[in-house]
Design a protein around this ligand. Structure first.
Ligand code: PBG
Length: 329
């Protein structure tokens, strides 16, 4: 008699569905990106990221306490650097009293158990908005790597638990690992943006930090000479395996939704935790559609987050983290 199997039995009601559900979202899944600015009393909405803010250090304290109360235990810090401190070499990036270094201390002071991860890349510090130093019409690799290693060390010295290099220069993980080891920071982790694609989805983030690539003679106004070509798959595996060999503790795929095939493939291939960054453009798209009343914000958000985890994400960096967690309670 047909059918012997009626799959709908397991979908009859929410009780049975929840009993057999494979993917469960919890606050433990999230890494919360935070944008920080100089000043006092500032909580500034980012125009292309509705309901997402830049915080000055005093108000960051309040935000971090709220995250902790919600069960969100990891943050990823980004700083908006004043224009007068930007230069080609990202000199300000290694200032022990720079905004990032002070932000790390601020978070660690008020919430010592909060895991603090820091973005390591030159773009917010670069007068040209690039992740590398420019010389003779090129983004140069090895000198940039030296700065990234110094920058990572300065974040570790300020108290960062993890550094998160997002630049896509070759060889930076090994250089950072060696710099940390040489200085005794043997417990500082590296979360590497391993398969980071040259994506138009980063647009709103570059608004948030005012870090978009500028007009520079002979240099294209994009990041395609260092971030990956989104047409490629094998390369993502190679990049990721190299980063693990060089000492990465966590690897990342970025952006999220359009790249879930890559996430699954990497998850099947490697034995370290895999992070996925649901990036700014993904956030803004949903906010815009929901504002227009075209999509159900919360339903789509949960569907997307669940899809990211189902694809293999052990860690999800998402601007929706707070919204999601509030729905779980
Ligand atoms: C800096 C960096 C970027 C993002 C994270 N780190 C921007 C870029 O590479 O241009 C993007 C995050 C987002 O869009 O949410 N290198």
């Amino acid at each position: 008699m047909y059918p012997l199997r009626r799959n709908r039995r397991l979908r009859t009601n929410e009780s049975i569905r929840s009993l057999v559900r494979e993917t469960i979202i919890s606050p433990n899944d999230f890494l919360v990106p935070l944008f920080i600015v100089e000043g006092k009393g500032i909580k500034q909405e980012i125009p292309s990221m509705p309901n997402y803010y830049r915080f000055s250090l005093d108000l960051l304290e309040h935000e971090v306490k709220e995250l902790w109360k919600l069960g969100l235990k990891s943050v990823l810090l980004f700083v908006k650097v004043p224009d007068n401190l930007k230069d080609n070499k990202g000199t300000e990036a290694t200032n022990p009293n720079g905004l990032m270094q002070r932000a790390i201390k601020t978070v660690k002071n008020i919430c010592p158990q909060m895991i603090v991860m820091t973005d390591v890349a030159l773009d917010p510090y670069s007068s040209f908005g690039h992740d590398g130093i420019i010389q003779n019409g090129k983004i140069i690799n090895d000198d940039t790597v030296d700065v990234l290693a110094e920058m990572s060390l300065s974040h570790a010295q300020a108290g960062a638990d993890f550094v998160a290099p997002s630049d896509m220069m070759d060889g930076r993980i090994l250089a950072i690992r060696e710099a940390l080891e040489d200085d005794g920071f043997v417990d500082t982790g590296i979360m590497s943006y391993s398969a980071k694609y040259a994506s138009a989805f980063y647009g709103p983030f570059r608004d948030a930090l005012d870090s978009a690539p500028a007009d520079v003679k002979d240099i294209p106004k994009d990041k395609k000479s260092y971030q990956m070509d989104y047409a490629n798959r094998f390369e993502a595996i190679r990049e990721t395996e190299m980063d693990i060999d060089e000492g990465a503790d966590i690897v990342m795929v970025k952006p999220g939704l359009c790249y879930l095939d890559i996430v699954r493939e990497i998850k099947n291939e490697v034995d370290v935790p895999v992070a996925v960054y649901q990036v700014s453009g993904e956030y803004s798209m949903l906010k815009a559609a929901a504002e227009k009343g075209w999509l159900d914000h919360d339903a789509i958000m949960m569907e997307q987050i669940t899809a990211i985890k189902r694809a293999g994400a052990d860690v999800i960096a998402s601007y929706f983290a707070k919204d999601v967690v509030k729905l779980l309670y």
